[in-house]
Design a protein around this ligand. Structure first.
Ligand SMILES: [Zn+2]
Length: 343
């Protein structure tokens, strides 16, 4: 098969479009012909050599995959061969206390396909656990289908499962133009929250409004808190959806209402934040970390994408052989929604 191999850690020049042996499905696994694979910032972090991911080289990146199931290994079943499928990106052992409870991402063997859990979707073929296959929503392109798994699963886990979001609550979505931001604001709006979207890009905020944001904050981080407090009539937010890190963390925490929760799934501006403990105890704030989500949560996300409640947003597509260019584009942070490789 053709695949894009990461041959050394560093810049996009380390991605090589090459021939690679076809994978074979083992016990419980399915062989999938990849038609589209969406990029995530995680791909860029792994490519750069982030120490948290111990990955052998050469490696095939790509966590968000849509295509057709071709065949199954032993003791595997799922949609019949030829069916269009979308792949849940998380892989867990299936047989530990966390997996039994449906808390897949807490499993010690949990990994993301294309990251620490084996080769990903920058390739014509991939082998994945058969139980990770879900039917592609009817009438949806492969590019759109590849654009929702990782971000919508993460955002669902953050807002619904961990945040316990209820109708009428005030939710602040930071970095609203990113893949996970787009997912977060749609899920919060669909759950009946009053969503405020924040971004430093006016263009991205226009698009956020069309996806359900009631109010917009277009301001540099210094001004974020003042605007946020004003928009909630001085009360503060019930939930803050966060993935930016040090550039906004302190202001995001102070923008919470008493008893509110800041839920974070990433820290794109650096790993270390300052925490003013006085705010945390005096206002009974909660800080919740989120990592991906479970197969059960993914099935809910697929259902809501299938019935049109949640809409994947594709910003740009590139052919597989232009993965380098796609990385450069994602790195420029100009996109609204997902950058997708067509295979
Ligand atoms: Zn497990």
């Amino acid at each position: 098969m053709k695949a894009v191999l990461l041959e050394a850690f560093g810049g996009p020049e380390n991605l090589h479009y090459s021939d690679h042996p076809d994978p074979k499905p083992g016990r419980g696994e399915a062989l999938v012909r990849v038609r589209a694979c969406a990029l995530n910032h995680l791909d860029l972090f792994i490519r750069d050599g982030i120490p948290a991911y111990k990955i052998g080289l050469p490696h095939i990146l790509g966590c968000d995959i849509a295509g057709e199931v071709l065949a199954y290994g032993t003791e595997a079943q799922g949609p019949k061969p030829g069916s269009r499928v979308v792949v849940c990106p998380g892989r867990s052992c299936g047989d530990c206390v966390y997996c039994w409870r449906g808390e897949d991402s807490r499993c010690k063997d949990y990994g993301i396909i294309g990251a620490q859990a084996g080769p990903g979707g920058y390739a014509e073929l991939i082998v994945v656990p058969a139980r990770n296959l879900f039917p592609t929503p009817a009438g949806m392109t492969d590019e759109a289908a590849a654009s929702f798994p990782l971000t919508f699963l993460t955002a669902w886990h953050m807002l619904i499962t961990l945040g316990g979001l209820r109708a009428g609550q005030d939710v602040l979505v930071l970095g609203a133009g990113s893949g996970v931001g787009v997912a977060g604001l749609q899920i919060a709006a669909a759950a009946g929250a009053r969503v405020v979207a924040a971004s430093t890009s006016a263009e991205k905020l226009d698009a956020a409004k069309k996806l359900g944001a009631r109010e917009l904050i277009h301001s540099p981080p210094e001004d974020l808190l003042r605007r946020a407090i004003k928009l909630t009539g001085g009360k503060g937010f019930d939930l803050v959806f966060e993935h930016v890190g040090p550039a906004v963390f302190d202001k995001a925490l102070k923008a919470l209402a008493p008893g509110g929760a800041l839920i974070t799934c990433g820290s794109t501006t650096g790993p270390v934040v300052q925490l003013d403990m006085r705010y945390v105890f005096s206002r009974e704030l909660r800080i919740l970390g989120a990592k991906m989500g479970s197969l059960a949560e993914f099935s809910e996300v697929v259902r809501l994408v299938s019935n049109g409640t949640l809409k994947p947003v594709v910003d740009a597509t590139f052919p597989l052989e232009e993965a380098r260019r796609a990385h450069e584009y994602l790195g420029s942070r100009k996109q609204f929604g997902k950058v997708v490789l067509k295979i």
